[in-house]
Design a protein around this ligand. Structure first.
Ligand SMILES: Cc1ncc(C[n+]2csc(CCOP(=O)(O)OP(=O)(O)O)c2C)c(N)n1
Length: 425
């Protein structure tokens, strides 16, 4: 906003002057534990794998499974593809995929932020849709190596979704057209549902501003439906977005005015449940409209669903474990109030004497036990779920640290496992 001073990267929207009563127009759903445990685990595993592959496509030229320590030469010399939009695209893809597998609904996923190509290509590789058309990207080690190593270099996939991508009907290289492409695809395709992701930067463009009205040209009796999903991650390249700066009341007023039923999805702690319940609600609303109108009784001004996905929390605490003098880091933060409150810096307190390397860390409160304790302490400030067992977990860590220190004082050296490579499940 003009004259506004921002103190943190993803500043929450300032409250508007719109009466709170408008919030009642946003669709409310009970979504806690919407997914059963098996579905939750499978979706989250898919997302973790796809997010890793997407990040690797952008950054790594080899060493794709991190089989040895990362070296400078493992990083691509020229980084292309936008990481910021990928996790959101994958989040939506993962759930839609499950819906398509579990039901007989026909879907086409149109992605406005086509510059998030790594996210989409990673999903296509995981479900083996790439290998079917491109044997060099088959679902094996070699196929994954080719996907990652050749991404955004000549001969590989480019950083935007293009015509080589199986199933692509929209390139997404030029922002603004996803929503109109989606409405076009729905016409005369009565059984097709088209979830269409629109970036909040893209949503500012003229073509998208007009396309929100597209459903006014859709006859639910003979055409399919578009489910717009506005991806409000707050940024367009390096600038804040207008939609990211709008509070819920402004967003709800706007979309109710366009003629939609808006559902805001924003519970990052339970995002898979929240999104799954919201997509199921949206699909059932679409079916309700279509079933009501198809026996030959047209509905005047049906209210189609729209999903407003706020996919970023901005206030996470940051803990630096700095094995040196912290002045440079403090200098960077100096005078930036939002950041000063969020960031804590642990560093050597200059305590300890002739002892073992790990004991030096324990004495200075910068061991891995201290990092874990700081994460729990910071996490419990922002998440009641973490706060519940925080004191039990922190005392267990203190106990573990004491056991290690006792061992060191008894044997005069660090326990062997101190230097073992950690494994992650
Ligand atoms: C018409 C047009 N103008 C400019 C660009 C350059 N551009 C690429 S991505 C991007 C930002 C898109 O922001 P958003 O839609 O919010 O996507 P996200 O932040 O999720 O990546 C811009 C401006 C473009 N692709 N098309």
């Amino acid at each position: 906003m003009p004259g506004q001073q921002l103190t943190q990267p993803n500043t929450p929207p300032d409250p508007s002057h719109i009466p709170d009563s408008i919030s009642q127009q946003a669709v409310q759903l009970e979504y806690k534990n919407f997914l059963n445990q098996d579905d939750l685990i499978s979706i989250q595993s898919f997302r973790r794998a796809a997010d890793y592959i997407a990040a690797a496509m952008i950054f790594l030229r080899n060493n794709i499974f991190l089989e040895r320590d990362l070296a400078f030469d493992d990083i691509k010399p020229r980084l292309l593809g936008h990481w910021g939009t990928c996790p959101g695209l994958v989040l939506i893809y993962a759930r839609l995929n499950k819906i398509v597998c579990d039901t007989d609904v026909e879907m086409l996923y149109v992605v406005g932020p086509g510059h998030g190509a790594p996210g989409i290509l990673a999903c296509l590789w995981l479900e083996d849709s790439l290998g079917t058309f491109w044997p060099k990207y088959s679902r094996n080690y070699e196929g994954l190596f080719n996907l990652i190593a050749t991404f955004s270099v000549p001969g590989g996939f480019p950083s935007h979704i293009n015509g080589q991508t199986p199933g692509a009907i929209h390139e997404g290289g030029e922002s603004g057209y996803a929503l109109s492409v989606a409405f076009g695809a729905a016409m005369d395709n009565p059984d097709l549902i088209i979830p269409c992701v629109i970036g909040d930067g893209e949503a500012e463009s003229g073509p998208t501003a007009a396309a929100w009205h597209g459903f006014k040209y859709i006859d639910p009796a003979e055409s399919g439906a578009v489910l717009p999903i506005l991806h409000i991650n707050g940024f367009k390249i390096s600038e804040r977005t207008i939609y990211g700066a709008m509070d819920d009341r402004e967003l709800v007023s706007l979309f109710v005015g366009y003629g939609y039923q808006p559902r805001i999805v924003e519970d990052m702690e339970n995002i898979d449940h929240d999104l799954a319940a919201s997509l199921s609600w949206a699909i059932s609303e679409i079916h309700k409209i279509q079933h009501a109108t198809r026996p030959g009784s047209p509905i005047v001004k049906p209210c189609w669903p729209v999903i407003l996905l706020r996919a970023l929390k901005e206030d996470r605490p940051v803990h630096f474990n700095y094995h040196g003098y912290p002045f440079e880091l403090q200098g960077l933060l100096f005078g930036r109030p939002g950041l000063m409150e969020r960031v804590t810096i642990a560093r050597y307190k200059e305590e300890g004497t002739t002892t073992s390397p790990f004991d030096m860390m324990l004495c200075n409160n910068i061991s891995r036990f201290d990092v874990a304790t700081a994460a729990i302490r910071g996490g419990s400030r922002v998440s009641p779920k973490v706060a519940v067992n925080a004191h039990i977990e922190m005392s267990a860590l203190r106990h573990e640290a004491k056991k290690v220190q006792d061992y060191i004082y008894k044997h005069g050296e660090d326990p062997e496992e101190t230097y073992a490579t950690p494994s992650f499940d």
